[in-house]
Write a protein that binds this ligand. Structure first.
Ligand code: HEC
Ligand code: CU
Length: 387
């Protein structure tokens, strides 16, 4: 690519032979490597854009992000650092690129004495400029990449003292499950301030039509995670500011997508405990109906959904998880992996809520695609095994 500007207009001071405005294009190709200098207009514009950048960058450095969109979780603060870093360095790039586009449009517009098919100036191949505008953004992108690489995994790091909750996306609402609450809570997520939370995020897949991807996004937490059927993603964060914030689905999941909003209520420990007690004693809190478990149904389910990770042999015969053949009758392992006794209720609890231990992750009932009845059937079947 080359361009040439007729010296008669005289805006770019070029060394080399003087071309007439009508000189043929081959001549211009020969002049390709002519030297040129950047003129005063260029430098004045550069300085002006520098001043504009400096003012905007100072603005970005002190902008009260927390007041624009509250930082309601610990992850929000570190994400905002990244955001500030990115904004700060994007400003000069944007100001210079757009500034010079505008300046050049004006500066090298066609003058009345020029032919309509005249082509622009001979500015071409400025080695130093090209090097700088490649190296500087590349280094900045690399830095941003490294910071993000260090920051993002913190979302998924388990904290020892975190409470594990579950968030399940449905068409088109959110379901939340709390430890110790038999019934789910819908569309309103209560969290105590200052308590680290691990949110096991997934999507319902009780039937094929329901199994779509949703998203768990709380802008004030700066946390966003797709809810994928069959995949349980543990998100870790600590709410740090009381208030009510929106929870929004940001993955187009069907016609009800736009209505898929819920709220997150962050409250004091005392308020949370009161809410929890009220919810726990509300009507309908009852254990899974285990009495109706059907052994044959459970056996069939087991071979469909569990044998990828478990076999029906002794505990030591591991696949992904332990063998389940002696689950209820194993003197070597009287307790379940979660430390509870091997009773029907506690096994049902693991099947419902899943469990993460030394061996890996046992998926919850949403991820395994189980209904309450399936859980009962599986427990009934596992009780018959004895190796
Ligand atoms: C993706 C693999 C996977 C699938 C599928 C899976 N599990 Fe598990 N399960 C595990 C892992 C891993 C553990 C152990 C977790 C730990 O403690 O580290 C486990 C633990 C268990 C336990 C507790 C065992 C004990 O000795 O305490 C039971 C019961 C169980 N699974 C039942 C089932 C049933 C029933 C199904 C089928 C619906 C199933 N699992 C499907 C991986 C899986
Ligand atoms: Cu959705």
């Amino acid at each position: 690519m080359w361009v040439r500007f007729p010296p008669s207009a005289g805006h770019v001071h070029q060394a080399g032979p003087k071309d007439g405005p009508t000189v043929d294009r081959e001549q211009a190709v020969r002049d390709k490597h002519r030297r040129f200098t950047l003129d005063r207009g260029f430098w004045t514009t550069a300085v002006l854009l520098g001043i504009i950048s400096a003012v905007l960058m100072a603005g970005a450095a002190v902008m009260p992000l927390d007041r624009v969109l509250p930082e309601a979780s610990d992850s929000a603060q570190s994400i905002d650092y990244l955001f500030r870093f990115m904004t700060f360095f994007s400003i000069p790039i944007m100001v210079y690129v757009y500034g010079f586009i505008l300046y050049f449009i004006f500066r090298y517009r066609r003058r009345p004495d020029q032919r309509i098919d005249d082509i622009g100036s001979g500015v071409h191949d400025h080695r130093a400029l090209e090097l700088w505008w490649t190296i500087v953004p590349a280094v900045l992108m690399l830095a941003l990449g490294i910071f993000s690489y260090l920051e993002i995994p913190k979302y998924y790091q388990a904290k020892a003292d975190a409470v594990t909750l579950e968030a399940i996306g449905h068409k088109w609402f959110y379901e939340f499950r709390y430890p110790g609450l038999k019934n789910s809570v819908y569309n309103s997520l209560h969290l105590p301030v200052g308590v680290p939370v691990t949110m096991d995020v997934t999507s319902s897949e009780t039937n094929e039509q329901d199994a779509v991807i949703h998203s768990f996004w709380v802008p004030e937490f700066r946390v966003k995670q797709d809810m994928v059927p069959g995949l349980v993603v543990p998100l870790t964060f600590t709410p740090i500011r009381m208030g009510t914030y929106p929870l929004v689905c940001t993955e187009f999941c069907g016609v009800g997508h736009s209505a898929m909003r819920a709220s997150v209520v962050i409250e004091s420990r005392a308020d949370f405990d009161a809410w929890y007690r009220k919810t726990a004693t509300a009507a309908g809190q009852q254990a899974v109906v285990l009495a109706k478990g059907d052994v044959a149904g459970g056996q069939e389910l087991f071979s469909q959904k569990c044998t990828v990770c478990h076999n029906a042999g002794p505990f030591e015969q591991r696949k992904v998880g332990p063998g389940l053949g002696n689950l209820f009758h194993d003197p070597q392992h009287p307790k379940l992996v979660d430390g509870k006794p091997a009773t029907a209720g506690d096994v049902a609890e693991i099947l419902e809520h899943g469990y993460r231990g030394d061996m890996g992750a046992m998926p919850n009932m949403q991820a395994n695609g189980l209904t309450d009845q399936d859980v009962a059937n599986l427990v009934a079947y596992l009780q018959t095994l004895r190796k």
